[in-house]
Design a protein around this ligand. Structure first.
Ligand SMILES: *Cc1c(COP(=O)(O)O)cnc(C)c1O
Length: 388
């Protein structure tokens, strides 16, 4: 095979050395984001017909039918560049959120905005404070810039440790990033905790509140109205939301940021790739926003299924963290990598957690009833074998 020839070729090895020495030092050692397996790869490797893909927090109800029509209607214009400013989409989002369009930035997924924030603000040695366990990119992008990252752990009950946050924020930091509700735990910072953490942050820092799972708890009376709380205080801030989860558009990559000041958007625009939101994504997101009923129904289904799945896991005697999002985080009582491998044989894809202290934890997305049952049945079968 070509790659075998290449490996034995001294020029191949020499070029590899050259590349490594040319690379930025932070790129050489950066952790890789754990993006998980595709359903197709698992189907081929294990020969299982039905795959329950419960690893990436996708919406089991899919996208609105209106999204599908919008994509079909736009397909003929594939040769034409997208609107670099996403003007129509930002206007519709302004109506939807109450934030003016000049304070909105679009991302190729909200992860793109996390990337832009790192590029625009972080110098080597800057301090960033974020959560542990956490969404990988909250740590990886700051480290890519050479920033120092302080991780604030959750408490014994897997809840935000507000006192530990206050302590961590008592020394200067350039950026504060956390998701609420958190990924992977699913814990929700309530109104009081949110107000305390914001008040504790240094005056000179950028607050990044990642609300990827906003839609799953926006009706919860304890969920903070972040836009109102943040607007009443002096620090710059940005709230990130996405079409990937409740809106069912993960494959199209659309996220957005609602910022405190147009200057923050100007800075992000300087580091953003100009056509970062493609035509299909812009058309789909506008159509999705026109079908609120679809999102409401998707969220209701997931929130109900989540509680049945949590109950089933607890019946199997697993410790399950309370969740306010479209996934559950639980201690599987053995190395989660092993459990993940065993589950693949049953056609179930979940996310084994790898951060220090969480090597026995699994994050499982809430799918449709059939996929959730496939997961619970597989776990039960694995536990039964283990007991023999
Ligand atoms: C899924 C997720 C995102 C990324 O979403 P995209 O918009 O698909 O890039 C960002 N933050 C958190 C916490 C997430 O869980």
């Amino acid at each position: 095979m070509a790659s075998d020839v290449a490996v034995s070729d001294p020029l191949f090895a020499l070029q590899q050395q050259t590349l490594i020495s040319l690379a930025r030092s932070t790129a050489r050692t950066l952790g890789l984001y754990n993006a998980g397996l595709s359903a197709e790869a698992v189907r081929q490797k294990y020969g299982v017909t039905h795959i329950a893909k419960l690893a990436s927090n996708e919406n089991p109800s899919g996208a609105s039918p209106q999204v599908v029509s919008a994509l079909q209607a736009d397909a003929a214009l594939s040769a034409v560049y997208s609107d670099a400013a996403s003007t129509q989409l930002r206007d519709v989002l302004a109506d939807h959120t109450g934030v003016s369009a000049e304070n909105i930035v679009m991302g190729n997924g909200s992860e793109d905005i996390l990337h832009m924030l790192a590029l625009a603000f972080l110098n080597p040695g800057d301090r960033v404070v974020t959560l542990l366990p956490s969404f990988g990119l909250h740590e990886i992008f700051p480290r890519m810039m050479g920033a120092d990252v302080t991780l604030v752990g959750v408490d014994q009950q897997q809840q935000f440790d507000v006192a530990a946050w206050e302590q961590a924020l008592s020394t200067p930091a350039k950026m504060v990033i956390f998701s609420n509700p958190s990924n992977p735990v699913g814990c929700m910072l309530d109104k009081d905790g949110f107000a305390r953490i914001i008040a504790a942050a240094p005056q000179e820092c950028v607050l990044v509140i990642d609300e990827a799972y906003f839609e799953y708890c926006q009706d919860d009376p304890n969920y903070p109205d972040s836009l109102t709380v943040l607007a009443a205080q002096p620090r710059p801030w940005i709230v990130l939301r996405t079409f990937s989860k409740a809106w069912g558009l993960a494959g199209l990559r659309v996220g957005y940021g609602l910022a405190s000041h147009p200057e923050l958007i100007n800075l992000l625009n300087r580091v953003r790739t100009p056509f970062n939101i493609n035509r299909a994504a812009q058309a789909a997101a506008v159509a999705a926003l026109g079908d609120q009923a679809h999102v409401k129904a998707s969220v209701a289904l997931v929130n109900t299924q989540r509680e049945s799945m949590a109950a089933a896991l607890r019946r199997l005697r697993f410790y399950v963290a309370p969740s306010h999002a479209n996934f559950l985080f639980f201690n599987c009582g053995r190395p989660s990598n092993e459990m993940a491998q065993q589950l693949l044989r049953y056609g179930v894809i979940i996310k084994p957690w790898r951060e220090p202290g969480y090597e026995q934890w699994i994050r499982v997305s809430i799918g449709n009833e059939q996929d959730n049952q496939q997961f619970i049945d597989a776990l039960q079968a694995i536990l039964t074998q283990g007991a023999v």
